[in-house]
Design a protein around this ligand. Structure first.
Ligand SMILES: Cc1cc2nc3c(=O)[nH]c(=O)nc-3n(C[C@H](O)[C@H](O)[C@H](O)COP(=O)(O)OP(=O)(O)OC[C@H]3O[C@@H](n4cnc5c(N)ncnc54)[C@H](O)[C@@H]3O)c2cc1C
Length: 383
């Protein structure tokens, strides 16, 4: 009997799961991937475009390329998820499957902070990125604030990477711009601990960038972020990482735990509903120290692979044995043609074992190669 697997979301987790499932399942099993967008792009392309180093367009791949590999790509808005029935509504049309993977990511919600939509630019929204790039390019002097307005957020090092690259680019063109980065967290990338964070924060101060931890924004007025307890942050340009939430359709389903993220087992990615899995940014998984597991594309993809194997085993009547090990890395470009890696085992017990490497040209080359090879593996050739 032929089976059908529904994959909700065509980002890192969804595309990795779909590709692996297609390789594992017989041709008459249907692998369906649903997304409102018609393309895939890696998150760091946004930073590249904001600082004028690379374009988002060059990093995009059409999801339709997956059709040639035997994956059914449905473009549309998922308006309802019924996890008990393993079914969804896509633009009003009902679809059901033998297994469901929820890989719908996280969305930014600027409206959660009064004044943020009016006075800041959401640098995590690809539609807003060109405006951020133009505003930065047009500045010859003044203050740029890069503000983190809530945690957890996607790719913890990304706002620091943006600060370092934007400061380098401003310096190169002789613009007299002061940069400030603020976060509500007690240190830059808490999973690294004080020593690792010191490595990032020293780089910020070496680049003349002010770093303000423990800075919780209450609201944004014209030219100033009003914060709790400490001094307000003045700006001429506010580049914002707004608070993150699950997509509304996920919040409306019975999948979300008290923290507002989808409850899933850290190793199996199973939700409370049989044959319904969740991977990537949409999940709320705690590390052994109680902190949230990072929201990163490499992790979402690794989880997608695990879930594909588990589903395939179960469809064949076996007992799934693939589990997610929690290991991975992401890159932090620091300027000067170099990058660092944040890497380790994030699910290690009793605490995550994560380190920050030195800044090396090889790691920047690794980052570029990772993008190239992963895009080719997923979207290139005949598969
Ligand atoms: C600036 C920046 C830099 C980053 N750098 C890195 C990095 O260096 N390394 C790294 O590992 N990660 C990085 N990330 C994080 C990475 O992009 C995310 O963690 C990753 O995209 C998560 O994958 P996902 O599959 O969970 O969700 P996503 O990739 O966000 O995919 C979710 C998909 O679901 C779709 N969707 C949502 N709701 C609906 C709906 N109702 N109907 C239909 N479709 C819907 C969306 O269109 C989207 O395509 C970065 C992120 C940013 C913003």
């Amino acid at each position: 009997m032929a089976h059908r697997v529904l994959i909700l979301g065509g980002g890192f987790g969804g595309v990795a799961a779909a590709t692996r499932l297609r390789a594992l399942r017989p041709a008459d099993d249907e692998i369906v991937l649903v997304d409102r967008r018609d393309y895939f792009m890696m998150g760091f392309r946004k930073t590249g475009e904001v600082v004028g180093a690379e374009s988002m367009a060059d990093g995009r791949r059409s999801l339709d390329a997956l059709s040639a590999k035997g994956i059914r790509v449905v473009r549309g808005e998922i308006t309802e998820i019924d996890p008990g029935g393993r079914a969804i509504d896509v633009d009003g049309e009902r679809m059901a499957g033998d297994a469901v993977i929820v890989a719908l990511g996280a969305r930014t919600v600027p409206g959660a902070v009064p004044g943020l939509s009016e006075h800041g630019i959401d640098i995590y929204d690809p539609d807003e990125v060109p405006r951020a790039a133009a505003a930065l390019r047009a500045m010859s002097e003044g203050t740029v604030a890069i503000g983190i307005f809530g945690a957890p957020y996607r790719c913890s090092p990304a706002p620091y990477e943006l600060a370092l690259l934007a400061a380098e680019s401003a310096q190169k063109r002789g613009a007299a711009i002061r940069f400030t980065v603020f976060t509500p967290q007690p240190m830059s990338v808490p999973v690294l601990g004080p020593v690792g964070c010191g490595g990032i924060e020293d780089r910020l101060s070496g680049g003349g960038i002010e770093f303000r931890p423990g800075t919780k924004a209450k609201r944004v007025d014209a030219g100033v972020v009003v914060v709790e307890d400490v001094a307000d942050v003045a700006f001429d340009l506010l580049l914002a990482v707004p608070p993150h939430r699950v997509p509304q359709v996920v919040a409306d389903a019975e999948l979300v735990g008290p923290g507002g993220w989808v409850r899933a087992d850290a190793r199996t990615l199973e939700t409370a509903f049989p044959d319904v899995y969740a991977v990537g940014d949409v999940t709320g998984i705690a590390m052994a120290n109680g902190q949230p597991f990072p929201k990163a594309g490499v992790m979402a993809a690794a989880q997608g692979e695990v879930v594909a194997q588990r589903i395939s085993m179960r469809l064949d009547g076996g007992e799934p044995d693939a589990t997610f090990d929690g290991a991975g890395h992401c890159f932090l470009e620091v300027g000067g043609g170099r990058a660092m890696q944040v890497r380790g085992n994030f699910l290690a017990d009793p605490a995550p074992e994560v380190e920050l490497t030195d800044a090396l040209p090889e790691f920047l080359e690794d980052k570029r190669r990772y993008e190239r090879e992963q895009l080719d593996a997923w979207f290139g050739g005949e598969g």
